[in-house]
Write a protein that binds this ligand. Structure first.
Ligand SMILES: C[S@@+](CC[C@H](N)C(=O)[O-])C[C@H]1O[C@@H](n2cnc3c(N)ncnc32)[C@H](O)[C@@H]1O
Length: 208
């Protein structure tokens, strides 16, 4: 495990699973679409493929992707989040692990898509971003996609300020053999705007 705690653990103390799930359940009850990320990935993924939900949390997205026919593995460090995922979808694969040490989990490589949604990248432990991107790239097939969604300002983050810029993130991706293919402002595919405060990025693995 990383010696430093990830920022999500710092924020929540590792006890946020039930509360996080309730927040999305309430949003769904009040008519909000809580499946934007899953629909976005599904549109990239015809036919059904292997997906790694990196920082899967309570499994909100991986469970939806499985309903849509994809084979999903969820990985997260927060046991309270994973407990919700396991309760809601006991037949899916949920692994406790650190994305910075993904190789410890012995995953079979060849994922068609790795997803880090819900600010997983800005919430990583300080200094671990390049290693996490490298590890995610390593489990992708050639041509496989890394899909990320991240806030770029305080309004779009559960943090007082951004922890990574898109320029830095793209550098980590380039160093890991990933090429930027598409960038949007939202999970609905609205055009990316530099002042929009949020980016959904699609990188692809181009090299071994
Ligand atoms: C805001 S939650 C998002 C959960 C889910 N992706 C979603 O969108 O509903 C961020 C998640 O990232 C996970 N996380 C942060 N750093 C991690 C790491 N190094 N390894 C695994 N998971 C990590 C946290 O435990 C937390 O569950």
């Amino acid at each position: 495990m990383s010696s430093q705690r990830d920022r999500w653990a710092e924020l929540t103390g590792g006890q946020a699973g039930e509360e996080y799930a309730l927040r999305f359940a309430r949003l769904a009850e009040s008519g909000h679409d809580i499946h934007g990320e899953a629909a976005f990935c599904d549109a990239l993924l015809k036919p059904a493929v292997r997906v790694l939900d990196a920082g899967c949390g309570t499994g909100r997205i991986a469970i939806r992707l499985a309903v849509l026919g994809h084979l999903c593995t969820g990985v997260d460090l927060d046991r309270s989040m994973l407990a919700v995922a396991r309760r809601n979808a006991p037949d899916q694969e949920w692994l406790h692990g650190d994305l910075a040490r993904l190789d410890d989990l012995g995953l079979e490589p060849g994922f068609d898509l790795a997803l880090a949604a819900g600010n997983v990248i800005p919430l990583l432990a300080p200094g671990t971003g390049p290693a996490v991107v490298r590890q995610l790239a390593a489990v992708l097939s050639i041509g496989g996609l890394l899909v990320t969604g991240m806030g770029l300002d305080a309004e779009h983050l559960p943090l007082p300020e951004p922890t990574v810029t898109l320029t830095e993130f793209d550098q980590w991706c380039t160093q890991a053999g990933l090429t930027l293919r598409q960038r949007f402002a939202t999970w609905d595919g609205d055009p990316y705007r530099p002042d929009g405060g949020y980016a959904v990025s699609v990188h692809s693995r181009s090299t071994d």
